[in-house]
Design a protein. Structure first.
Length: 260
């Protein structure tokens, strides 16, 4: 059982518990449920940088990244840096995140927010909407084609953008459908945790142009972005590179200034 299998197994238990605590009817009456969502896909298409900055306290591959910062300060720092959107980890056990992080980020900034989560149930998409997300992440490695279709269509009905993450050609081929907005290529091998930008380059050729291409993992310098842009990438998800510093917002500002 690899790390992704373990996370999904624990996630099913967690989601069942959450469903028992907070009924769907309660999520649907949330103040944020009727909020107008901002499109991250549109922002990326019109941006000169394409940076999506992440709030992440820890990860299975790197253990602790940064436990000292509060999410409001990180969100405001990223906003001032001029990022296109912010990814907020909401998984607790493996990444030290929570839905409260999403809520606090939403209260702090107006930019598009991505709920970074291992979504295996429609309930989590309703949660994302209720807690102020504009975008959900679907991971092809843990979902069937039918689940991707059902989940992405539900998200679109809630006016949420959908970022579909793939790691290889097989996942990409089973996932392409009109209810997606962005296709993200994760450069990290989930079995070995090794990172290679070649994954993004290789898969770029078979991602249809109607989707915004996003490259994820292993983007730690502006050279990586300059290397990937000719392959059609308009979005670049950066987490650890900013979060491992004392001031992620200042790090993002320096990075974006150098990129421009």
């Amino acid at each position: 059982m690899n790390i992704l299998d373990k996370i999904v197994k624990d996630k099913r238990v967690e989601v069942d518990l959450r469903k028992g605590l907070i009924p769907i009817s309660q999520l649907e009456t949330s103040v944020l449920f009727d909020r107008h969502s901002d499109s991250l896909a549109h922002t990326l298409r019109t941006s000169s940088t394409g940076i999506i900055a992440e709030h992440k306290r820890r990860s299975p591959s790197k253990s602790v990244i940064n436990h000292d910062l509060n999410v409001q300060d990180v969100a405001k720092g990223y906003d001032q840096a001029g990022v296109c959107g912010m990814s907020v980890l909401t998984d607790g056990k493996y990444f030290g995140g929570s839905l409260d992080d999403l809520l606090l980020a939403r209260a702090s900034v107006k930019m598009p927010l991505l709920r970074k989560e291992f979504i295996i149930d429609e309930y989590q998409i309703l949660e994302a909407k209720a807690y102020g997300a504009d975008v959900i992440l679907l991971i092809a490695a843990i979902l069937t084609t039918s689940e991707i279709k059902t989940f992405s269509e539900l998200a679109k009905s809630l006016r949420l953008d959908v970022l579909l993450e793939v790691h290889n050609e097989e996942e990409l081929q089973k996932s392409i459908m009109p209810s997606l907005d962005m296709l993200g290529v994760n450069n990290r091998n989930l079995k070995t945790f090794e990172v290679s930008l070649e994954t993004s380059k290789k898969l770029s050729k078979i991602i249809p142009d109607e989707f915004v291409k996003v490259s994820e993992s292993g983007i730690s310098n502006i050279e990586a972005i300059k290397e990937l842009r000719p392959f059609g990438y308009q979005g670049f998800l950066i987490g650890e590179n900013f979060m491992k510093t004392e001031d992620p917002g200042a790090s993002a500002t320096t990075f974006i200034n150098a990129l421009n």
